[in-house]
Design a protein around this ligand. Structure first.
Ligand code: NDP
Ligand code: GDR
Length: 326
């Protein structure tokens, strides 16, 4: 039975990746950072019904010694580095922490792998945010990067360290340049989930309006369940490499609102307000990915339409709020 170590196991992708690997017969071990609010830990794993099927080990991405000890004791065949301060907007408020966790955290983990288990295969969660101020209308593995936030700068460092450890030490390290992917397990602060939660609250009479920022930015949105499959496929290749993972369709926040509100028979224009609080100091206006390399080499394609995914998310948020209402 192969063993996988997942950092960021309590996040959206960590939960879906755990589910996928368990279904393939893996032993799944997750890195858990200690929290005083232990009762809320593992909410997503619980939602998927797999909380008792994964093992947890205590550690932190900023603590190299904990990572070395964990790699040494777990002896993973595959390491998935999903841990990050992943909210772009927060990275302007906490740029140094973002650098330490999202950037240096990856370097710490690469070091731990190099020292304690160099035969392990390593996956780095890179991001389309690295393209930032886009240099080509459609972004592929060959598109130059231009990060636009402290988060994206940190991710770029982690990305190049992943490439560098492959080239310098011959480690089996791969980097997935994933475009936005969402699900009912998405954090509430990200725009898709904020909108689907807002739609549910408005529909149930719990709120009257929803306040957002820039409605004209566009994103290439896919489903997290599809995207974790791409992570696993990358580590099954004999030769490590970097891949863009995207749907090839870009949609504005405004269109997203239209899709989500009309799913429950409402007109978004009657409910959306905008606030400068949700605009960013530097915006990534457009992202659109070309995943043809992943399709060709990994046999990967996105299988879920934006409309189906938003419907699934609105339904899940309606269920959550109805449960709370009793
Ligand atoms: P989430 O924000 O949902 O999850 C982040 C995870 O990182 C959580 O488990 C969190 O733990 C953990 N974490 C944060 N800080 C530390 C730390 N100091 N030590 C250990 N663990 C820590 O992110 P997603 O699941 O959405 O994304 C997974 C990865 O993929 C991230 O690296 C993200 O930047 C990247 N990515 C995501 C995309 C997306 O669209 N979702 C697209 C491209 C890249 P806790 O629960 O304790 O907070
Ligand atoms: P992003 O996701 O920054 O692309 O990063 P987010 O959903 O936060 O923003 C997407 C776009 O929506 C605009 N927007 C708003 N965003 C938020 N959060 N809240 C609002 O009220 C709002 N109004 C408009 C934003 O300005 C932006 O243009 C996500 C994260 O998962 C990263 O970790 C990951 O690397 C990238 O996706 C790919």
């Amino acid at each position: 039975m192969p063993t996988a170590l997942i950092t960021g196991i309590t996040g959206q992708d960590g939960a879906y990746l755990s589910q996928l690997l368990l279904s393939k017969g893996y032993r799944v071990v997750g890195l858990l950072r200690r929290s005083a609010s232990a009762d809320v830990i593992g909410e997503r794993l619980r939602w998927l019904g797999i909380i008792d099927d994964v093992e947890m080990v205590d550690g932190n991405m900023t603590d190299l010694s904990s990572l070395i000890r964990i790699i040494d004791s777990v002896s993973p065949d595959e390491v998935y580095n999903l841990a990050a301060q992943s909210f772009v907007a927060a990275s302007w408020q906490q740029p140094l922490l973002t650098g330490q966790v999202t950037g240096m955290g990856a370097a710490n983990l690469l070091e731990a792998v190099r020292i304690a288990q160099p035969s392990a295969r390593y996956y780095q969660a890179s991001s389309s945010e690295m393209f930032g101020l886009i240099q080509e209308p459609v972004q592929s593995e060959r598109t130059p990067f231009y990060p636009r936030s402290p988060y994206a700068v940190a991710k770029l460092y982690a990305h190049w360290m992943t490439v560098n450890y492959r080239e310098s030490f011959g480690l089996h390290t791969s980097s997935g340049i994933l475009f936005n992917h969402e699900s009912p397990l998405r954090g509430i602060e990200f725009v898709t989930r904020k909108v689907t939660d807002g739609v549910a609250r408005i529909k149930l009479g719990l709120a009257k309006t929803l306040s957002l920022g820039n409605l004209e930015a566009t994103r290439d949105w896919g489903h997290a369940r599809d995207y974790v499959r791409a992570m696993w496929l990358m580590l099954q290749q004999e030769i490590p490499d970097d891949y863009v993972i995207a749907t090839g369709r870009t949609t504005s926040i405004r269109q997203l609102c239209s899709i989500a509100f009309s799913y429950v028979g409402l007109d978004y224009e009657e409910y959306i307000t905008t606030s400068k609080n949700f605009f960013r100091p530097a915006e990534v206006e457009v992202l659109l990915g070309d995943a043809s390399k992943a399709q060709e080499k990994l046999g990967w394609t996105a299988t879920t339409s934006l409309e189906d995914m938003i419907g699934e998310m609105v339904d899940a948020d309606l269920t959550r709020h109805r449960k709370r209402l009793g």
